[in-house]
Design a protein around this ligand. Structure first.
Ligand SMILES: CC(=O)N[C@H]1[C@@H](OP(=O)(O)OP(=O)(O)OC[C@H]2O[C@@H](n3ccc(=O)[nH]c3=O)[C@H](O)[C@@H]2O)O[C@H](CO)[C@@H](O)[C@@H]1O
Ligand SMILES: C=C(OP(=O)(O)O)C(=O)O
Length: 423
């Protein structure tokens, strides 16, 4: 199992290209199952979750062609199976996203209940009740969601809670339903807008994506298309925090400041100078970060996927802060690991009080989920001495070549590969 070894060594400096968004690429890949022709996706990041999704699409029968560095063409015409098996689905939450497309396009689907980051119970009731409202018969048996419908029928659905992948699944399913579907209380994340753009390029008729009411006029079929996925706002935010924590000066390219306004506001509150261009963000930090309170909530509020990174920054900030996690009930697993590095954090329920310390000290720590892992990398960048992070397979789910990108900015970080599995 690979590990990361870091030594805190001062400010990050330089330029970096941001990858395409994992959480946009995954639904777009699932959406290819809806088409009658090949769909080409560009700006796809090299990540373990993407590889898993491509394996899943191949298992269903789709022909997957990886062209060049960042392009992937999926030909859904040879799809012959509607079963998404446990072995593939267990590692990745987003695999539930094939449910809506398979059902809408093939009339049935069997998808193992998904895994993913262990940050809470993460039910899929919003997905299932929405598909039922569209006319599907759904049962959950032997760990599989089994769904059937000759043709879905458009209807008005008020989602019981704001769910990102729930909105995406219903949006995809509704594109091929008969008549109009109105999704109310929809999630407004940029990745949903991106998915709607991809589906529209395939011939879907969608309005309102990015607002809480999305209208979809069902069509008989979707055709081939080409779509480039949005930049990864969470990767962007993670590198911005890295620069802020190390007192650095970096410029991120091929990103979009409009996707992470709440994060940029918090960085400015912490004392960073942030300058944005058409597809660039430059951050300069000339002081010790000021502690900032953070409260996670659905977009456009502060993202839960940036909570752990800001907690890491608050650990070395001037003053105290309160970090409140309102989305997931178990997303403070980084607290005990940050404490091993000398952080002063008191977590109780959904709130953590962080008192900034002058310095962290390196220690062996364990990654527990994707963004928790990122927070440990950030802490390792400023800790005195060596930080050794174990179980970084979580990190590989969501960050493309993180050690190469940070090294290019001057960080002392290297991957220690161990071919012997310690399971
Ligand atoms: C692949 C992907 O895009 N993952 C993102 C997506 O996850 P995901 O789509 O799984 O997250 P949701 O938006 O569905 O979850 C939000 C909250 O609603 C709850 N809930 C959700 C569905 C449901 O049927 N019942 C229910 O109770 C969840 O347990 C959670 O407490 O959005 C999260 C919230 O921004 C992000 O952290 C994840 O990175
Ligand atoms: C929680 C995340 O991923 P997933 O929903 O795929 O588990 C994430 O991207 O931070």
């Amino acid at each position: 199992m690979d590990k990361l070894l870091l030594r805190g060594n001062g400010p990050l400096r330089g330029e970096l290209r941001i990858s395409g968004a994992k959480n946009a690429a995954l639904p777009c890949l699932a959406a290819t199952l809806l088409a009658r022709e090949p769909v080409r996706l560009c700006n796809i990041p090299h990540l373990r979750d993407i590889t898993t999704t491509l394996e899943l699409l191949s298992t269903l029968g789709a022909r997957v062609l990886v062209d060049g560095q960042l392009g992937i063409e999926v030909d859904p015409r040879p799809v012959h199976s509607v079963v998404a098996p446990y072995e593939l689905v267990k590692t990745m939450r987003a695999s539930i996203l094939v449910l809506g497309p398979l059902l809408a396009r093939h009339g049935s689907a069997e998808v193992s209940l998904p895994g993913g980051c262990a940050i809470g119970s993460r039910p899929v009731s919003v997905h299932l009740s929405g598909l039922q409202a569209l006319g599907a018969e759904i049962t959950v048996e032997d760990g599989f969601v089994k769904a059937q419908a000759a043709r879905l029928r458009g209807t008005r659905i008020v989602m019981e809670m704001v769910s990102v992948t729930g909105t995406e699944n219903l949006l995809m399913a509704a594109t091929l339903a008969e008549g109009r579907t109105i999704l109310e209380n929809a999630a407004r994340e940029p990745e949903i807008v991106d998915l709607a753009r991809c589906l529209s390029a395939m011939g879907a008729r969608i309005s309102g994506a990015g607002t809480s009411v999305i209208e979809i006029e069902g069509v008989a079929e979707l055709h081939g298309a080409e779509h480039s996925v949005v930049p990864d706002r969470i990767e962007t935010g993670t590198y911005l925090v890295a620069a802020a924590m190390t007192g650095g000066d970096i410029c991120l390219k091929r990103t979009d400041a409009g996707l992470l306004e709440s994060v940029l506001l918090k960085l400015k509150e912490a004392g960073a100078e942030v300058t944005t261009g058409a597809d660039t963000i430059r951050i300069r930090m000339k002081r010790r970060p000021r502690a900032v309170d953070v409260r996670t909530a659905p977009f456009p509020a502060f993202p839960t996927d940036m909570q752990a990174q800001f907690m890491a920054m608050n650990c070395i900030a001037e003053g105290s802060s309160v970090v409140t996690e309102t989305i997931f009930e178990n997303r403070f697993m980084h607290v005990s690991e940050l404490q091993r590095l000398g952080a002063d954090i008191n977590a109780d329920g959904k709130t953590a009080v962080v008192r900034g310390v002058q310095r962290l000290r390196g220690a062996p720590v364990m990654a527990t989920d994707l963004r928790a892992s990122a927070s440990l990398v950030l802490a390792g960048l400023v800790a005195e001495g060596e930080t050794l992070i174990d179980r970084i397979y979580h990190l590989d789910r969501g960050y493309e070549v993180i050690e190469e990108k940070l090294s290019a900015l001057g960080a002392d970080i290297r991957r220690i590969s161990n071919t012997r599995s310690v399971a």
